[in-house]
Design a protein around this ligand. Structure first.
Ligand code: BES
Ligand code: MN
Ligand code: ZN
Length: 498
C-alpha cells in the first residue's frame, strides 16, 4: 500500500473516497464541518436522519454526495470525544480500513485533525496509520496453491495535515512507519512459514540474502565452529536434531567503526518439541513460532537498514531445532557453556535459555553498548501477562525504562518484572554450577535469572515474547512483535547519540 502526505482541507480535493470523523452524539469534526458547509448541510441531514450517531467504530458510506469532488464520503464514528485516546484512535483506523476493504475504493483521503489524540502529534498518527494499513493488508498465502480472493482493492491512503511546517517531520514519520511495517511483515513471514521450510539453514540463508540487499554483513557459524568456541550448551539442544544448528550474525554499521554496537540476540528455535521432556500433542504446531525472537531481530535490522539510522547494531541468532532422538540430551545431563559455567539440564524443554546463554557470551566480543535478547521463553509469561504485554527484565533500570517508553510510544507494550537476588537461589544444582530450571514458581523470572548469569559484562535487557509473538485460534499467525518496540527504541537511541 502507498501513502502520501498532503497539506489541505476536504473541500478543495478530489479522490475515490474521503473519510471524515463523527463524535458521539452526532458531533462533527472540523473536516466534517467543512465538508458539510461545502455540501449545503448534506452531512448534517444524514446525521439528523439517525443513520449515524458517531458511536465508536461505526461507519456509513455515502455515494454521490453533491458539491464535492470525492466519489464517496465515509463517515467514521469516533465515540465520545473526551474518551478519544491512543486505543480508540487505533480502533477508528481499523474500522476505517475494514469499511474501505468492503468497497472497490482504490484510494482514500483522511484528515488527521479528525483524530485529536491527546499528547500525540500528527507524526505519531502517521506512523501508526502506516503500520495499521500495512498490517491490515498483510496476507500469508505463500503456501496456498492459489491466492485467496480477498485481495484488497485499496492501494493508497492520502493523509492530510493542517500545517505545512510539520510536513518534513510527517514525511520522516511515514518513512519510519513503513520501515517498521516492512520489518514486521518480514518477521511475520518467517514466523508463519512451516517448520519443515523455516529451518536453521533457511534462517541463515534469509540473513545472507538480506545482507546483500541491505548493506549488512552476514556471517554464519557452523556446529564445528561452535564446538571450537566451547558452546556446549547450544550444541546440547541441537544434538537431537537432523537439522544443523547455525549461529547467525548480522552486522549493521550506520555509525563509525569505533562506535560500540547495540546487540540484539534472538531465540531461533525453529521447532520446539520439548526434546526428551516432550511437550503434549495439543497445539504443538504453534512451536514453529519459537523462532519469533530471531524473526524480530531480522525484522528490526531490516527496518534499521531501511532508515539508515546512524548507529551500529549487531544481530545474533542461535538457530536450532529441539528434538527428541537417540542422540538427544537427557534430563540430568551436565554440559559446559561457552562461559565455562556448567549447567545441569533438568528439563530439555527449557532449551531457549540454553541456546541464548552461549549467544550472550558470544556477544561480549562486540564490546556492546547494551544487549537485548528477545525470546519466546516461558509459558509462565503468558500466564502472568497474557497476550497483549511482553515481559521485560533487566540488570539496568535506565535501560528498562527506555524500553518501556519505546513500547508505549510504538503501541507495542512491555511490563517489567523484578530480577531480584532472591530468585537466583531457585536455580541451585547439586551437580553443576546452575540448573536450567527453577521449578513452577516465578518461571519467567527464573528463566531471566538463568540468562543474567551470562550477562554480567554489559547492560542487558530480556524481552519474553511468549504471549505476544503470535496469535492462536482462528486468527493463528505471527504478530510481528516486538519489531515496533525494538525499532522505536533504536530510533530514539539514534536521536540521542547523533
Ligand atoms: N518455547 C517454550 C515457551 C513457550 C511455551 C512459549 C508456550 C509460548 C507458549 C519454551 O522453550 C519452554 O518450553 N519453556 C518451558 C520452560 C519450563 C520447562 C521451565 C515452559 O514454559 O513450560
Ligand atoms: Mn521448550
Ligand atoms: Zn522453546
Amino acid at each position: 500500500m502507498d501513502f502520501a502526505i498532503k497539506v489541505g482541507t476536504p473541500e478543495k480535493q478530489r479522490g475515490a473516497c474521503v473519510v471524515v470523523g463523527i463524535f458521539e452524539s452526532r458531533k462533527m469534526t472540523d473536516s466534517a464541518k467543512i465538508l458539510d458547509k461545502a455540501t449545503q448541510g448534506y452531512i448534517k441531514n444524514i446525521l439528523a436522519s439517525g443513520d449515524m450517531d458517531g458511536k465508536a467504530n461505526s461507519s456509513l458510506l455515502l455515494h454521490n454526495v453533491p458539491d464535492t469532488l470525492f466519489k464517496r464520503v465515509l463517515l467514521i464514528g469516533l465515540g465520545k470525544e473526551p474518551e478519544f485516546k491512543e486505543k480508540t484512535f487505533l480502533a477508528a483506523i481499523t474500522a476505517t480500513l475494514s469499511a474501505l476493504q468492503k468497497t472497490a475504493v482504490a484510494d482514500a483521503t483522511l484528515f488527521l485533525s479528525d483524530f485529536p489524540v491527546k499528547d500525540r502529534a500528527d507524526a505519531w498518527k502517521i506512523s501508526q496509520i502506516v503500520i495499521s494499513g500495512m498490517s491490515h493488508q498483510y496476507r500469508f498465502d505463500q503456501l496456498k496453491s492459489k491466492p485467496e480472493n480477498d485481495q484488497p482493492s485499496l492501494r493508497k491512503l492520502i493523509l492530510c495535515i493542517n500545517n505545512r511546517t510539520e510536513l518534513a517531520g510527517c514525511e520522516e514519520a511515514m518513512q519510519q512507519g513503513l520501515a517498521i511495517a516492512n520489518g514486521m511483515s518480514l518477521a511475520k513471514n518467517l514466523g508463519n512459514l512451516a517448520p519443515n521450510i523455516c529451518t536453521p539453514t533457511y534462517l541463515a540463508k534469509q540473513a545472507k540474502d538480506m545482507a546483500k540487499t541491505h548493506k549488512l554483513k552476514a556471517s554464519v557459524l557452523e556446529e564445528k565452529d561452535m564446538e571450537k568456541l566451547g558452546m556446549g550448551s547450544l550444541l546440547a539442544v541441537a544434538q537431537g536434531s537432523e537439522q544443523a544448528a547455525k549461529l547467525i550474525v548480522l552486522e549493521y554499521q550506520g555509525a563509525g567503526k569505533k562506535d560500540s554496537p547495540i546487540v540484539l540476540v534472538g531465540k531461533g528455535v525453529t521447532f520446539d518439541t520439548g526434546g526428551i521432556s516432550l511437550k503434549p500433542a495439543a497445539e504443538m504446531d504453534e512451536m514453529k513460532f519459537d523462532m519469533s525472537g530471531a524473526a524480530s531481530v531480522l525484522g528490526t535490522l531490516h527496518a534499521v537498514a531501511d532508515m539508515k539510522l546512524p548507529i551500529n547494531v549487531v544481530g545474533i541468532i542461535p538457530a536450532t531445532e529441539n528434538m527428541p532422538s537417540g542422540k538427544a540430551t537427557k534430563p540430568g545431563d551436565v554440559v559446559t557453556s561457552m562461559s565455562g559455567q556448567t549447567i545441569e539440564i533438568l528439563n530439555t524443554d527449557a532449551e531457549g535459555r540454553l541456546i541464548l546463554c552461549d549467544a550472550l557470551t558470544y556477544a561480549e566480543r562486540y564490546h556492546p553498548k547494551l544487549v537485548i535478547d528477545i525470546a519466546t521463553l516461558t509459558g509462565a509469561c503468558v500466564i502472568a501477562l497474557g497476550n497483549s504485554t511482553t515481559g521485560l527484565m533487566s540488570n539496568d533500570d535506565k535501560l528498562a525504562q527506555e524500553l518501556l517508553s519505546a513500547g508505549e510510544l510504538a503501541g507495542d507494550r512491555a511490563w517489567q518484572l523484578p530480577l531480584w537476588d532472591e530468585y537466583q537461589d531457585l536455580l541451585k544444582s547439586n551437580f553443576a554450577d546452575i540448573a536450567n530450571i527453577g521449578g513452577r514458581a516465578a518461571g519467567t523470572i527464573t528463566a531471566a535469572c538463568f540468562l543474567s548469569r551470562f550477562t554480567k559484562k554489559y547492560r542487558w535487557a530480556h524481552l519474553d515474547i511468549a504471549g505476544t509473538a503470535w496469535k492462536s485460534g482462528k486468527d493463528k499467525g505471527s504478530t510481528g512483535r516486538p519489531v515496533p518496540l525494538l525499532t522505536q527504541f533504536l530510533i530514539t537511541q539514534a536521536k540521542a547519540t547523533s
